[in-house]
Design a protein around this ligand. Structure first.
Ligand code: FAD
Ligand code: EPU
Length: 342
């Protein structure tokens, strides 16, 4: 009797990662429910092979073929758990597309996620690196995360505090890396939303749209317009968004850097720490628009590495290392990769 769910062999991941790297998975399977995943874990297949839990593939770089099992999470469903006068609790399955879920919330008048419109990927991955954009992080709207222990098959709920969210960081990227498959995320959203306009570009976009008193739908529209103008569409040009995180340094180091490089772009974090714009550091090292074969640095946004067609994951990684080295040599600042290198 065939094992359920079906396992495909020597499966191309080309259309399952936004870098469009032509990596072959030895085994590939899709799970469309928690029961399905539990059944798969009980089969013992995941203990016999290295495995990778895959969502939308928009924050991954495959540097070779994957010699184990790729488990693609595709469970669907959005459920309203509770509603009060001020807020609504919504649970979304991991396999829901992130932007479609944000659009659903915006259309229902549920506020909190509108600044995160158009981020590629799935709901199940949003807690992993605590996705953020335009002045908002998803942690601000997350109530809890439900995940299955890959070893035991046990389904556990993690409170927001237990997720230990940070900038592009959570427990799922650290202590629990590769140990859990996230099955659903529960959000607490606002019915009388407070709009977040701190990010300068949003205000500019809204004023260009001649909107003075924006709704969450207006914010979502403005964010989509900004993203379309700044970031490459992965359907047209392979990429995984920002390849590196914006580095955080001590205030004293930031002051020294500012003396030497008065135009450095920095954001005080308020705790003697300062965040630096990695895109600026990379551009100053001359990388903006650089291309070596099919691996390159985007011409409008130096933080985004791109695949012009046939780059391998190793080509992209080699370029990433060259960028890290040159930024370190010039500024003494280490760039940490945001993208998950497999
Ligand atoms: P994947 O790439 O499939 O997986 C990412 C990691 O999570 C992998 O380690 C994977 O093993 C793990 N994983 C995936 N699903 C699960 C699960 N259910 N359970 C356990 N582990 C899992 N990110 C931002 O934060 N802000 C941005 O503004 C932003 N802009 C982007 C723009 C572009 C054009 C692109 C291509 C990417 C951008 N990103 C951004 C990065 C990316 O969209 C996010 O990190 C997104 O959350 C990744 O989702 P995914 O489903 O594609 O994850
Ligand atoms: N900059 C340059 N040159 C560049 C790129 C940027 O000088 O080539 C400078 C500009 O001065 C700009 C500043 O850097 O004002 C910041 O740039 P931008 O507003 O584009 O944001 P970012 O810091 O490069 C971050 C996130 C993005 C997120 C945007 C919007 C990280 C690592 N990246 O980019 O997230 O969409 O802000 O909030 O924090 C992602 O994580 O994949 C991602 C795309």
């Amino acid at each position: 009797m065939p094992l359920f769910p079906e396992i495909k062999e020597d499966f191309s991941l080309h259309s399952f990662n936004t870098f469009h790297i032509d990596s072959i998975a030895r085994y590939f399977t899709e799970v469309n429910s928690i029961e399905n995943l539990k059944e798969f874990i009980a089969s013992g297949k995941l203990n016999e092979n290295p495995f990778l839990v895959l969502g939308g593939g928009s924050n991954l770089l495959f540097t070779g073929n994957f010699k184990g099992i790729v488990v693609h999470i595709i469970n669907k469903g959005i459920e309203i758990i509770n509603r009060t006068d001020d807020s609504v609790i919504v649970k979304a399955a991991a396999g829901e597309n992130w932007h479609e879920f944000v659009t659903y919330c915006v259309n229902q008048g549920f506020g909190g996620l509108e600044n995160l419109s158009l981020i590629p990927g799935n709901v199940g991955s949003c807690p992993i690196q605590n996705i953020g954009a335009y002045g908002v992080e998803v942690k601000d709207s997350i109530l809890s995360v439900e995940a299955i222990d890959i070893q035991s098959g046990e389904l556990l709920a993690f409170s927001k505090e237990e997720c230990r969210f940070g900038y592009r960081d959570s427990i799922f990227k650290r202590d629990l890396k590769g140990k859990f498959a996230i099955c659903s995320v529960t959000f607490e959203l606002k019915l009388n939303p407070v709009v977040h306009l701190e990010y300068g570009a949003i205000k500019q976009e809204l004023s260009a749209m001649e909107i003075g008193n924006p709704t969450i739908a207006d914010i979502s529209k403005a964010v989509c317009a900004i993203r379309h103008s700044k970031l490459p569409d992965p359907k047209l040009l392979g990429n995984a968004g920002s390849f590196f995180k914006n580095p955080t340094v001590n205030q004293k180091i930031a002051e020294k850097l500012t003396e030497t490089f008065p135009r450095i772009v920095s954001y005080p974090l308020g705790n003697e720490k300062v965040k630096l714009a990695a895109g600026w550091l990379i551009e100053q090292c001359g990388w903006k628009g650089f291309r070596d074969g099919d691996a390159g640095v985007h011409e409008n946004q130096s933080l985004v590495l791109v695949n012009y067609g046939n780059a391998t994951g190793s080509n992209i990684l080699t370029l990433a290392h060259r960028i890290q080295n040159s930024v370190y040599e010039r500024f003494g600042v280490k760039l940490e990769m945001e993208v998950n290198v497999i």
